[in-house]
Design a protein around this ligand. Structure first.
Ligand code: B12
Ligand code: SF4
Length: 491
């Protein structure tokens, strides 16, 4: 008997270049409590070509609900495709969670294919909802974080809770066959792992202010180490990608985790998605040596801009000088530093963008392990200070759920045409800037060769901000979307 169906939508471009898709961690984590009481089937659009047949077969068993997830951007298109399919083939309620609908619960729940939205942390609210659906009777009151268009008054529902991560069980990995989901990192199959949520910093563009209400919560070092040890011993996985937005907030906790990895001779590789320049400045050589010894291979810094004026504007609370200090400090360690930048901030000038480009090349020159993510066009997300500012200065707000499909990697609707073009071209060229990043991510040999051949052209374009004639963008669209349809467009 299937009581709950979860369907993982495609993400977008990255589905096509990675060795393996990322773990459906949002759905798995949301289901960590539900899975202890109800039987769940997880269907993945990315790995199952026959997902529609499978979904239809499960719908025929008359489950309590179907759940799916949402990042802002193209994932919405695929989540809508799933939801429409459910509605065309059954009367089963559709539940959405994830970052996007948490930012826009009200406009999203009005979509014809969606019945419920769970805003923010999913674990407790999802369990409560599934229990109520099982009871029948249509009472959905007092479920914190639940939005529904079926109930007129659900005021209490809008207060949402932030879970205590130590009270949650480990992720129900057995709902999937892990072998499909371990992207390759430095030759090792890698598991995505969450150890903390949120961030207490105050960057004016960041979703954290509204999504995690500017609070940082973590699983204790003991629980994290127990999770890791269990996975290493029982699942034979020896590489971890810690997806926390800010792993190093509590340096003592991070130290304990690193020490335990060393003491227990786990011999893992690990990578941290979230570290701030301020945390890195506080680390001394002995601390970084310990991290290196524990198998830390890569960290991701959000630097955002090479212009101190822009850093101030976005309340980043770091300076270019500090970024360079950290870059030099890590030089002697075998740890890759991946820097993230954006372009297209309000009031940003071409000179500011040049400063970003100069910093990018300086970082790579000074530390041979420094690499750069594609320079993303800035997107103002609701709830952030910069969204409110953008609205005041003429942002055309996107109203419906579908309006957001085209927005990942380049929501430039709020800026001038010339600036939008510059940001998008810079983004495209900067995808090819880094040799090391592609080496560990891209598996397709034809793609690898094409990228290597194009790299010198990309470098020339970025250094000179020369983007006048770019047939390569059309070529990319052709290669990626052979059916000629932009994946961001709903049929
Ligand atoms: C892994 C990851 C990815 C994976 C895919 C993830 C996926 N969901 O399919 C990959 C690498 C492919 C990816 C790509 C992108 N990502 Co990404 N990614 C992440 C990352 C690091 C972790 C996501 C995760 O698993 N979190 C852990 C889970 C447990 O948390 P959660 O999703 O919030 O889920 C909870 C609730 O939302 C809820 N919930 C979620 N789904 C559901 C469903 C149901 C039914 C229910 C009841 C509840 C529920 O319950 C969960 C547990 O409480 C986050 C940063 C972060 N720390 O979260 C960024 C993040 C989600 N990505 C982000 C972005 C911007 C992108 C990109 C668009 C661009 C980019 N620059 O990277 C691309 C998309 C590219 C494309 N279109 O091709 C932003 C999202 C902003 C937004 N508004 O959507 C984030 C938050 C990073 C950031 N700091 O800005 N990403
Ligand atoms: S430090 Fe990173 S996660 Fe924290 S608020 Fe700033 S951008 Fe967001």
């Amino acid at each position: 008997m299937t009581e709950v169906i979860l369907v993982q939508p495609k993400v977008g471009d990255w589905d096509m270049v990675r060795s393996h898709p990322s773990l459906p961690l949002s759905l798995l984590t949301a289901a960590s409590l539900v899975s202890r009481e109800f039987s769940i089937v997880l269907i993945d659009m990315r790995t199952m070509n026959d997902w529609k047949n499978r979904l239809k077969a499960e719908l025929d068993k008359n489950p309590l609900c179907v759940g799916t997830t949402s990042l802002t951007g193209r994932q919405i298109k695929y989540a809508l495709e799933i939801s429409r399919f459910v509605k065309e083939n059954s009367n089963i309620p559709v539940v959405w969670g994830g970052v996007h609908v948490s930012l826009f619960p009200e406009s999203s729940v009005n979509n014809e294919y969606i019945d419920f939205i769970i805003q923010g942390d999913g674990e407790i609210a999802f369990l409560q909802l599934v229990r109520r659906l099982k009871e029948g009777g249509g009472n959905f009151e007092n479920i914190n974080g639940l939005w529904s268009k079926h109930i007129a008054t659900c005021t209490n529902n809008k207060k949402r809770e932030l879970c205590d991560l130590d009270k949650l069980p480990t992720v129900p990995y057995d709902l999937v066959d892990l072998k499909y989901y371990l992207p390759s990192f430095m030759g090792r199959r890698t598991l995505y792992l969450e150890t903390a949520r949120g961030c207490s910093n105050d960057c004016a563009f960041c979703y954290n202010s509204v999504y995690h209400l500017r609070k940082w919560r973590s699983r204790s070092a003991e629980k994290v180490i127990r999770d890791i040890t269990d996975i290493v011993h029982n699942r034979k996985i020896n590489s971890f990608y810690i997806i926390d937005d800010n792993f190093f907030v509590d340096l003592k906790r991070a130290r304990k985790i690193a020490e335990s990895i060393v003491d227990q001779k786990l011999e893992i590789y690990w990578e941290s998605q979230g570290i701030t320049i301020s945390s890195a400045l506080k680390m001394d050589r002995e601390y970084i040596r310990l991290l290196e010894k524990s198998g830390l291979k890569k960290v991701h810094f959000g630097v955002e801009s090479g212009s101190d004026r822009i850093l101030k504007l976005v309340n980043k609370r770091i300076s270019i000088d500090e970024v360079l200090q950290v870059n030099r400090k890590f030089k002697e360690f075998d740890i890759i530093l991946q820097y993230n930048f954006m372009s297209g901030f309000p009031s940003e000038t071409v000179n500011d963008i040049k400063s970003t480009v100069n910093l990018v090349f300086e970082l790579m020159r000074e530390n041979k392990r420094a690499i750069i993510s594609p320079i993303c066009p800035f997107t103002p997300y609701p709830g952030t200070k910069m969204y409110d500012d953008a609205i005041k200065t003429g942002l055309r707000a996107r109203e419906k759920l579908e309006d957001w499909i085209e927005s990942d990697y380049g929501d430039t609707i709020w800026t001038s045409k010339e600036k939008a073009r510059l940001s998008k071209s810079l983004f495209f060229s900067s995808m090819f800037l880094d040799r090391h990043r592609q080496k560990s991510m891209v598996q397709n040999n034809f793609l690898k060769l094409a990228i290597n051949l194009y790299r010198p052209i990309a470098k020339f374009r970025i250094k000179n901000l020369y983007f006048d004639f770019m047939p390569e963008i059309l070529l990319k669209e052709k290669i990626f979307y052979r059916n000629g349809r932009n994946p961001g467009t709903l049929k």
